[in-house]
Design a protein around this ligand. Sequence first.
Ligand SMILES: [Zn+2]
Ligand SMILES: [Zn+2]
Length: 93
Amino acid sequence: MPTKHEKEIFRRTAELVCSLCRHQGNEGTPAELHHIRRTGKRSNAPVIPLCPYHHRGSNTSIHGMGRKRFEREYAITEEQLLVQTEELLNVGA
Ligand SMILES: [Zn+2]
Ligand SMILES: [Zn+2]
């Protein structure tokens, strides 16, 4: 189970705009939560905001293309998007 603190971070992350759109200079795209897969429990995985286009689009998204291709295509890694998200939330790593 996520802790209260983690739930608070999820809630605040869900209010952010898409982190990749933001990286590309397009502010204001509503986003959904993407869980970053690491070892350990999925419910405790960190989350980043991604719009449906960058989250689930067939040839434009992290799930559609796979993480490796996504990172190559957009020249940014999932972890870098997480750092950017944490800076925005001001929670630190
Ligand atoms: Zn986006
Ligand atoms: Zn996802």
